[in-house]
Structure formats: C-alpha cells, structure tokens
Design a protein around this ligand. Structure first.
Ligand code: UDX
Length: 431
C-alpha cells in the first residue's frame, strides 16, 4: 500500500484516485473547488463515466479514498503526490501551464519531508525540469524531493477499464531513488512498466496522441479517395487493420476527432516542435484533414437538401464520442452551428450529452429519445456512434421522419440496407 495524494479531481485525477484506491492504496484527492470537494465527499460524481460512481462510493465507504480542499492536508498524507490539473490550450495553440506551476508551488510550500511529485497532466517536453526548479524555489523547509513524469493514457468513456488494465505504465525519472516507490504504486495493475528519463516520458504522451490522430486523419483522407473511386472505406480499413503492423484501431473514418485531448494535444505538439526548431508539417496536415471533414459533410447535406433555411433537421449524438457526456470540441458542434446559422431548426437527442450540450447549443430542441428527435424532420444527421443507435427500428424511424433522408457521419448503418428500406442515405467513404 502506498499513501497517495492526487491534486486535481478532473477526469484524470478523479478516475486515477478511484482506481488507486481500488487496488489497495490509501488515496486523498485534493481540489481547490470546495463545492466540488463537498459534492464528491457526499457521494456525488460531477462527470458521467461508466463504472466510476460505484468505484468512488465503494472506496469512500471503505475509507481508502477521501477528498479535501486543503493542499497541506494532501501533502502531509502522501509519499507520492500526483499533479493532475488541466493544461488548457492558449489561443496560439501552446499550453497554459499556470495550474501545474501553481500546484508545484503549493506542494513545495507544504512539504516537511521527502516527497515524490509526479506529473500526470499532459505537458510539453521539459516540463519536469521546470517543475523541479519551481519546487526547489518554494521548498521552504529545504526537504529532499524527486520529480517524476507519469503520463496518463486513459480514454473518456472507458477510463476505469483503461486505468485498471493499462497497456503499459511510463515512468520518467531523473535518478533511481523514486523508482521502487513508483513501481509499488503500479505493481497491482500487472502492466509492463517502462522507466525512462523525464523528457522521453513527457514526449511519449504527445507522440501517442498525435499518432492516433494521424491514423484517424489517414482514414478520413482515404475516405475521400473511396468516395471518388467508388471503393468502400470500411472494407479498406478492415483489410489494412488485419496487418498486425498496422492494427484496426483508430482507423474509423467519420466526422473527425474532437474532445478535450486530441485537438489540444496535436496543436501543443506542433507548437512544442516549433519551439524546438522543427516544423512538424505532418501533424499540421493531420489537423487540416480533420477540420475538412465537417466541411465535406456539410457539403453533402447541401447537395441533397439544397437550402436548409426553415428545414427541420434531426441530430442523433452530440457528445464528442459515445459513452461520455463531454461536449468539448465535439464534431457535432461543427455541423449543428453552421446549420443553425443558415436558419435550420435542430431537434437533437444524445443518451448522456444533452445537459452539457445546453451550454454549447442553447437554441436547439432537446428530445426525450431518438424517435422523438426524428419526428417530422426533413433529414436526420448522425454525429456520434452511440451503440443504442445501431439497434434503432429503422422502419419506425422512416415512418416518423417527414423525409427519409439520413446523413450518417459515423457510418453506423449499412448503405445497402438503408437503400432497400427506401432511405436516401449518405455516409463517409461508402456508397
Ligand atoms: C484520447 C486518447 O485515446 C487517450 O489515450 C488520451 O489519454 C486522451 O485522449 P479521448 O479523447 O478520451 O482519449 O477519446 P478517444 O477514444 O481517443 O477518441 C478521440 C476522438 O477521436 C473522438 O472524437 C472519436 O470519435 C475520434 N475517433 C476515434 C475517430 O474519429 N475515429 C477513430 O477511429 C477513433
């Protein structure tokens, strides 16, 4: 058992805290939002993440997980302190490191004995050096410490599973002293552990996210060739994915990637490369291709509907991907906002995302289920591939729609079957 403190109870901090407690560590989660701390301590969960609520409740009840607003409380408790605060993008695409710096200062001020301070937030390469300098400067009692980089690879929607069963654990260190303790933190997870220098560990995270985004943009670029040549993108990526060197994951063509990580991390990596003197044109093209997907899809809508003003369009799926309520940089926004601007009326349904969507899209009608969202519409647009949409009764859907026209931005239906059922159907990279 390791005594752990996690500073920041956002997605990464909260799920990491709950999973560390679940495998037997003694965990304190710190947040400076006192309302959030009280909400969490009372059993509330501020985000939708499958399996998280049970895990938090169970471990709070057993005393292995607690929440506090006091950083000194967290620092006193821990042998290992994880920094898991946001690293949001600045307008120029570079990373705003204000929160990490502040936590480093606060932790340093409260340290009275040796601590391991671990950076879990996604940060630019060379951040470890800066965190170590900051801690040294604000380390009132001049106690010894080590800074470690330990990037997190969890995905929203399956964060608990990703954390409990990671593909690998990356530990970046400047010396040997923190290695055994860090291994003790991760031994219960039974995953390969790779120990590197701090800069390499930091780079691994940006390198992974950028590579995954590259795979998505590659599939999206291929989908354009498929449409132009009459080939089928699903077959093409299936054929590619069976090659073990390539793999099938992250080759789904669609409306492109969104969310709080990929867009921000790819911009950050381009920026970091620039600062290091390298023009990462490959990644800039990944971004361009991603941005073009929404424009291409809107063009398809216009080609069929011609004028969208005063037409009613149903939308299924708002969240940036299934199994989450997260609306940050959701591709649905790049479709719905232009349609609204042109005077279309939008009726939408998302299994989890509607509450959060109201902040982003106050002027659309939110419906109780998928069938209500298609009633009387001129066309239906699918923006997120929730599983429940795949089992919709298509005959019923058709009978409810004003016009049976479907624009499927996530390729969830079979074009042949849709044609047989009498739909006008357009998807991505397939005929
Ligand atoms: C991502 C990384 O996967 C994770 O390792 C990292 O820690 C955080 O960033 P996340 O943003 O939660 O996780 O979602 P992910 O499942 O990776 O999907 C990102 C976006 O890519 C979504 O908008 C998704 O719809 C899109 N996507 C994914 C595709 O368009 N096609 C695919 O084949 C896969």
């Amino acid at each position: 058992m390791v005594k752990i403190t996690i500073v920041g109870t956002g997605y990464v901090g909260l799920v990491t805290g709950a999973c560390f407690a679940e495998v037997g560590h003694q965990v304190v989660c710190v947040d400076n939002d006192l309302k959030k701390v009280a909400f969490l301590q009372g059993g509330g969960i501020p985000i939708y993440e499958p399996g998280l609520e049970e895990l938090v409740k169970k471990n709070v009840a057993s005393g292995k997980l607690r929440f506090t607003g006091q950083i000194a409380d967290g620092v006193a408790h821990a042998e290992v302190i994880f920094i898991a605060v946001p690293t949001p993008p600045k307008p120029d695409g570079s990373v705003d490191m204000t929160f990490v710096e502040r936590v480093a200062r606060e932790v340093a001020g409260a340290m009275t004995e040796y601590k391991i301070i671990v950076d879990k937030s996604t940060v630019p390469v060379k951040t470890g050096e800066k965190v170590a300098q900051t801690i040294k400067r604000y380390n009132k009692q001049k106690v010894e410490f080590d800074v470690v980089s330990n990037p997190e690879f969890l995905r929203e929607g399956c964060a608990v599973g990703d954390l409990l069963h990671p593909d690998r654990v990356v530990i970046g260190v400047a010396g040997d002293r923190p290695v055994e303790k860090m291994k003790a933190v991760y031994t219960p997870f039974q995953a390969p552990i790779i120990v590197t220098d701090i800069n390499s560990a930091e780079l691994i995270k940006h390198a992974c996210n950028s590579f995954l985004a590259l795979k998505i943009s590659y599939a999206n670029a291929l989908s354009v060739i498929c449409e132009a040549s009459g080939a089928n993108i699903t077959d093409v990526v299936t054929g590619m994915g069976l090659d073990k060197r390539i793999g099938r994951a992250f080759l789904n063509a669609g409306l492109g990637y969104g969310g709080s990580c990929f867009p921000k991390d790819i911009s950050a990596f381009v920026h970091i490369a620039q600062e290091l003197g390298y023009d990462f044109r490959l990644l800039q093209e990944v971004q361009n291709i991603n941005a073009e997907q929404a424009a291409r899809f809107l063009k398809k809508i216009h080609e069929t509907l011609w004028i969208v003003k005063d037409k009613t369009i149903g939308v299924l799926g708002l969240a940036f991907k299934p199994d989450t309520d997260d609306m940050r940089l959701a591709p649905s926004l790049d479709i719905i906002r232009p349609l609204l601007k042109e005077g279309a009326k939008i009726k939408a349904y998302d299994p989890q995302g509607m509450e959060k969507a109201k902040e982003f899209l106050p002027d659309i009608e939110y419906c109780r289920d998928a069938y209500a969202a298609v009633e009387g519409v001129d066309a239906l647009v699918i923006c997120t591939e929730w599983k429940e949409f795949q089992s919709l009764d298509l005959a019923k859907l058709k009978s409810l729609m004003g016009h049976p026209t479907v624009f499927d931005g996530r390729n969830i239906f079979d074009p042949k079957r849709m044609a047989e059922l009498g739909f006008t159907y357009a998807s991505i990279g397939r005929r």
